[in-house]
Design a protein. Structure first.
Length: 633
């Protein structure tokens, strides 16, 4: 059956009854979703309503369809998942008839920005019953990479993932292409297992491999001797990449120099070296960062574009040099310039909060949306998930960032550079002349950038930006402290999202574990408030370096401004009063409450919640929070 057949087939769904049969859905849940769909008055599938409400996760749907190899036409599956509607699919089919390049329907939908590459690849993987794995050159074995060339990969459209003595796993756009399989077999001389990879991820991996192999063929000698300053710097940076660190801290102490890495938000020491070597190491980093090597009495900043000599992968790093009594302390922030932006529904926002944020903030035509939180809390990732949601063929999106962290096709991105007079002030003056629909400001830094965001919203633009405050209410109050008039804030700001990243319980060694009663009491819960919780804790294993945690989970607080909150701001009420009004009238779920819901589901621990999230009011009982967030218990 072709994609066109999926339009003319009856409206009854194929996936939902199958999920009921497997026990992943109950008939009552489907009936409720059908009633909700009727009230919405839109052409939507029942499955898309179930997915958006959080009744079932898309990963569960994909896994079930992949495992049981249910044959569903791609157009029909896209409709049932809620990725496209019938009208959009019909337009794509018409365009396919006039296409000169024999484009497939899915490719047309991606080109028109109706669906993302990742969505199409995921659906295609489900149809074929295979995995979706995006290649990452930083995780590939050296021996595997030495067997191929970038030209071979580019010509045949694949990239290796892993290999053993009998089988090599490759990622490709079309795993059914026998020419691709034959070419891979010719190279690796083993059985080939093809999985689906998104085209952009495959191209990015091939490009990185090409850069690596080109640098190896040129007459350039890298000093990798760990006894030299250059060797020490390369070793420190490559160790940070390998460990997945976000920051490198090089700190001179009284008798030695300590090197610490921030992994999953926590600093841990990884090495040290002698104090007499520190001057040479600092000078080497300054040279790379284009900082003043002769200046040792003042603080400095710089930026390094580092190419991993092992893989050819490029990383952008921000360098900060801070003068201390024992010498210059250096902090390097690692920014992997990625093209992979997570979908909005996958950032970790609870279902009810996500629906309110999407409907009452992202989908309104104008206004300011602020993502707030401390450094390293994932603000930029959330910001770009919002950009990805808004990015389509009919929307003009322009950004001003310092620096660009995610590369997104279809939008105009500007990386600020004060040395070239590409400052916020200069860039913001020119942005509005580019006829944008959506303006993305990397960060509100001062009164000028705050006023620019407000003025752009007043002229009918949608503005997305980030801010550094403790919670959502604090974002509004800080704007007031910047001497922005209260009536301007209340009339332009539509939503403030506060977020944090806290450590996730390691899935390899997770086990049921009741938190101490004192910890629950300190956050404000008493017996009965956490009925139904399934607390977990990691016992410690090699995978998590015996910490019990691996990876991080995002915690959110979304304040959508309604009339009651706007009135409270105009009346200059206190933060506690505004918070109380927000909880009562706009359905505000606090950071602490969202963190506790995630702890009760075993994603993190109460100790992590207590250590990292502000406790500004007593949290509501777990059953009530699960109802308000739409989270399953």
């Amino acid at each position: 059956m072709s994609a066109s057949d999926s339009i003319s087939t009856p409206s009854s769904e194929l996936v939902t009854p199958f999920l009921i049969k497997l026990g992943l859905l109950e008939a009552e849940q489907v009936t409720h979703a059908e009633r909700v769909r009727g009230k919405l008055g839109q052409e939507r599938s029942v499955l898309s309503v179930l997915l958006q409400s959080g009744t079932i996760e898309d990963t569960q749907v994909f896994e079930a369809l992949r495992e049981h190899r249910i044959k569903i036409p791609i157009g029909r599956l896209l409709i049932e998942l809620g990725y496209v509607n019938r009208a959009q699919l019909r337009v794509a089919l018409e365009l396919q008839k006039t296409s000169e390049n024999n484009e497939r329907v899915g490719e047309i939908l991606v080109r028109k920005r109706i669906i993302t590459e990742n969505q199409l690849s995921q659906v295609y993987a489900v149809q074929l019953g295979c995995d979706l794995i995006d290649p990452d050159i930083t995780r590939c074995d050296d021996a595997l990479l030495r067997k191929i060339t970038a030209d071979t990969c580019r010509r045949n459209g694949f990239f290796p993932i892993s290999a053993d003595d009998t089988e090599t796993v490759i990622a490709c756009v079309d795993p059914l292409n026998q020419q691709t399989i034959a070419a891979a077999h010719e190279v690796f001389r083993t059985d080939i297992r093809a999985v689906v990879g998104t085209p952009s991820a495959i191209r990015q991996a091939i490009s990185a491999l090409g850069r690596h192999q080109k640098s190896k063929s040129t007459v350039v000698v890298r000093n990798t001797d760990p006894g030299t300053a250059s060797g020490k710097v390369d070793h420190i940076i490559q160790t940070a990449f390998r460990e997945g660190a976000s920051d490198i801290h090089i700190e001179p102490l009284k008798e030695r120099v300590r090197v610490r890495l921030r992994c999953d938000g926590v600093l841990r020491e990884c090495m040290d070296y002698a104090r007499e070597d520190h001057s040479a190491v600092t000078t080497r980093i300054k040279v790379l960062a284009e900082a003043d090597v002769s200046e040792k009495r003042r603080h400095q900043d710089g930026r390094i574009l580092f190419e991993d000599p092992r893989t050819g992968a490029n990383f952008d790093m921000r360098a900060s040099f801070y003068v201390t009594v024992h010498g210059e302390a250096v902090v390097l922030r690692l920014l992997n310039q990625s093209s992979h932006v997570p979908e909005l529904k996958h950032i970790g926002m609870p279902p009810t909060m996500l629906e309110r944020f999407r409907n009452s903030a992202l989908d309104v035509p104008s206004g300011v949306i602020i993502i707030t939180g401390p450094t390293g809390s994932g603000k930029t990732t959330t910001l770009y998930s919002c950009v990805n949601h808004l990015n389509n063929e009919s929307t003009s999106i322009i950004t001003a960032e310092d620096p660009v962290e995610y590369l997104v096709d279809g939008i105009s991105q500007c990386s600020l550079n004060p040395k070239l007079e590409l400052t916020y002030e200069e860039t913001l003056r020119h942005i509005v002349r580019q006829d944008p629909d959506v303006i993305v400001l990397g960060e509100i830094r001062d009164q000028f950038s705050a006023e620019s965001a407000i003025q752009a919203a007043l002229t009918g633009h949608k503005v997305l930006t980030t801010f550094h405050t403790e919670d959502s209410i604090g974002g509004l109050l800080r704007l007031l402290n910047m001497d922005i008039e209260a009536f301007l804030i209340s009339s332009t700001v539509v939503c403030v999202v506060a977020q944090r990243l806290i450590r996730r319980v390691c899935v390899e060694c997770a086990a049921p574990a009741e938190p101490e009663t004192r910890e629950l009491q300190l956050i404000g819960w008493t017996a009965g408030d956490y009925d139904g919780a399934e607390f977990m804790a990691g016992r410690g294993c090699e995978a998590c370096h015996f910490s019990g945690y691996k990876g991080r989970v995002a915690v959110f607080e979304a304040l959508v401004l309604n009339e009651a909150v706007r009135e409270a701001m105009l009346n200059r009420q206190t933060s506690s009063q505004i918070r109380k009004i927000s909880v009562e009238s706009s359905g505000l779920i606090t950071l602490l409450e969202d963190g506790l819901v995630k702890a009760a589901r075993g994603e993190t621990t109460v100790r992590e919640v207590r250590r990292h999230l502000p406790r500004l009011a007593k949290p509501r009982p777990l059953p009530e929070l699960c109802r308000l967030t739409g989270s399953k218990r």
